[in-house]
Design a protein around this ligand. Structure first.
Ligand SMILES: NC(=O)c1ccc[n+]([C@@H]2O[C@H](COP(=O)([O-])OP(=O)(O)OC[C@H]3O[C@@H](n4cnc5c(N)ncnc54)[C@H](OP(=O)(O)O)[C@@H]3O)[C@@H](O)[C@H]2O)c1
Length: 267
């Protein structure tokens, strides 16, 4: 019930591998000898990473540039990966983004795209690759949730709700899979130093969270170890663990206005 050892005819598919946590997951897996399938929109960045992994670790790396918000591009990517013939022994559902702003202030459609990527693409890819794993009785999935998903976050409303889905889905699936030889692990970090804050339009909030933010290399190492061990869930670091606990136990009547004030001031 964990990620199988590397094999020449197998691969681990990482979404959002062009930068941030996804790129570090790919590097960590490559260092351990895993063949990789890299997915994101930025083909050039993926090709550069693929070249680095091939030359440093002598592993097989495939690149698939795809916009996972788009159902047809996602399905075409899945078909192309299958056609390559390598067994997908591991799946890291990492691609995702957030928007720090009130829902009414966000460009129409942006939040729909967020749900399509953070929720629907993650669900569809799990569905696509989990079944063959269960038939073989081996394989592992790592889903990027977030501490943002353990409570509602005004100002980060749709993002937190999307991660609540990922957190809940992943832990329940882990339990459903018991005895199948396949595992699903939730990796739920707090703030991590990546392009995430900039892409979220987070302004000052980014500077604030960067004081407690951790490096993506540390998150990736912990994530791969958790996936290798078939763990149910992991929140890397004590501060995010305490934050997640606080978000669950502080009464909502106190917590929600407080968060709204902080995120409102930081926009
Ligand atoms: N950073 C944090 O503080 C933090 C905390 C908790 C959880 N997380 C979660 O960790 C995951 C990775 O975030 P990160 O911090 O590494 O963010 P990041 O540096 O912004 O990287 C996001 C990755 O997702 C890919 N991506 C975005 N939109 C995509 C699309 N439509 N189709 C395919 N790929 C797409 C990006 O590649 P392209 O632009 O090339 O497509 C990029 O590789 C996300 O799910 C995020 O929610 C992050």
């Amino acid at each position: 019930m964990s990620l199988p050892d590397p094999a020449p005819d197998a691969t681990v598919l990482v979404t959002g591998a062009s930068t941030g946590i996804g790129r570090e997951l790919a590097r960590e897996l490559g260092r351990r000898g895993y063949g990789l399938t890299l997915v994101a929109r930025a083909r050039e960045r993926l090709e550069e990473l693929a070249e680095e992994l091939r030359s440093e670790h002598d592993v097989t790396v495939a690149v698939h540039a795809a916009d996972l918000v788009d159902d047809q591009e996602r399905d075409a990517m899945v078909a192309a990966v299958r056609a390559e013939g390598r067994r997908v022994d591991g799946l890291c559902n990492n691609a995702g983004f957030g928007t720090l702003r009130r829902l009414v202030d966000i460009q129409p459609g942006r939040e729909t795209a967020l749900v399509r990527l953070n929720v629907l693409a993650l669900h569809a890819l799990t569905d696509a690759f989990l079944r063959p794993m269960v038939e073989r009785g081996r394989g592992a999935i790592l889903n990027l949730g977030s501490t943002a998903g353990f409570q509602p976050l005004p100002g980060f409303t749709t993002y937190a709700a999307s991660k609540a889905f990922v957190n809940s889905f992943s832990e329940a699936l882990h339990t459903e899979l018991h005895g199948t030889g396949v595992s699903c692990t939730l990796l739920a970090p707090g703030p991590v130093r990546t392009e995430f804050g900039e892409r979220a339009g987070a302004g000052d909030w980014r500077r604030l969270s960067s004081r407690i933010a951790v490096d993506p290399t540390d998150v990736a190492r912990a994530g791969v170890e958790a996936m290798r061990a078939g763990r149910r869930s992991l929140i890397p670091g004590l501060a995010p663990q305490l934050g997640a606990l606080g978000g669950r136990i502080v009464p909502r009547s106190v917590f929600l206005p407080l968060v709204a004030r902080v995120t409102g001031r930081r926009q």
